[in-house]
Design a protein around this ligand. Sequence first.
Ligand SMILES: *Cc1c(COP(=O)(O)O)cnc(C)c1O
Length: 476
Amino acid sequence: MTTISPFRPALERALSHALAHLDHLEQQPVGARASLDTLRARLSKQLGDGGTPAAQVIDELAADTAGGITGSAGGRFFGWVIGGALPAALAADWLTSAWDQNAAAYACAPAVTVIEEVCGAWLKELLGLPRGASFALTSGCQMAHATALAAARNALLARRGWDVERDGLCGAPPIRILSGDQFHASITRAARLLGLGTGAVTGLPVNQAGQLEAATLQQALIDSAGAAVIVLLQAGDLNIGAYDRFAELIPLAHRYGAWVHVDGAFGLWANASARYRHLLAGVAQADSWATDGHKWLNVPYDSGFAFIADAAAQRRAMSYEASYVAHSDQVREPADWNPEWSRRGRGVAAYAALRELGRGGVEAMIERCCAAAHALVTGIAALPGVELVWEPQVNQGLVRFLDPTPGAIQSDHDRWTDAVTSAVLASGEALFSNTSWRGKRCMRVSVCNWQTGDADVARAVAAVAHALRSLEMAGG
Ligand SMILES: *Cc1c(COP(=O)(O)O)cnc(C)c1O
């Protein structure tokens, strides 16, 4: 008698539903179709006493979520900064769940621990970071910031004779964070989580190119004399992909004793490309860096990376002691570096993505996305009634749609821009998100998906042209 795995029916259903989703993204609307009420009605089932067979649970999940899954895995999702998932990364992510290793410690996850060691070394090499930097594999860039800034807090206060890990922040010397004012909101949340408070973060004006000027930073450093300072620099800001001038600003910040942290959630990946690497000149001199795997590396969600030049500071900030865990001296114990205790072996999917692409493949993917973003933005801007607001330097650009009504003013263009973006979404052909940038509503164009190709760009530009024509006919 052969035994049938209790897992097989559910896993086979999952495979079949996953392929039905991924193989039909081309034909499916990119945005959600099901309403909030519909999704609630379908999904809020009675949690009865009795259970449900596993395969049926999976089939019902697929049915109940239909229309409520956006096409972010596909090539025409250009909203926010959202990557897809490479085939090897997705498959490795499934395997990670099947293995169900607790990546906290070598003792319970030996192979995964080694995979993460290797992954960290590969990433440092690919991103041009110091070989000796320590790292953590976090849930995303938000927690990568929290991890890196915890190390910064430790080191800056230790220099002032304060042990923050033991004594906390009450009575500690003050810490300030200085940044260009286009910083991501994850920075202020990291400041809250670390007890620094949002009041510790000062956003400084940036120049036309979105960069912090040396003179502005220097004045802020002088004004912060007496405080411990973290300077946050941007490797790709969220609206226009602006890069601070690291070679100039990092040595300046260091002269004032500051810790320099780089937010490179997506933009740090430009360092993998010979064509775009110049944007990051000098970035390796920083003290810490945060980036994502789930954006531009195209790893499924739950993939961020923190790197810290001062490994000892990270270890002091994150390491743990517990009588029931055996520390190994031979390997990198993950929980000594991560903010979490138990966690999934999230390095496996990143490892698989890097193996699938190789250095050349990462470089080609980055350059392909930048080329697609450029083609999209210039293609849309060539349509009548479109203003080119930001021509992509990397993979982010901005356009604005001008209300054709005679005498239309800026607020009309703002409304028109939102209306066009909504009409494109309603067409199902592409998805873009909006932003307010330098006082104007704009449609953001972000390309981070390995699948986006020329046909997707052409289809998206045609969808925008069509949305413009139909709105003009309806309203004009
Ligand atoms: C997305 C993003 C973040 C936050 O990253 P998560 O992975 O969503 O936590 C931080 N900074 C920038 C510039 C980003 O684009």
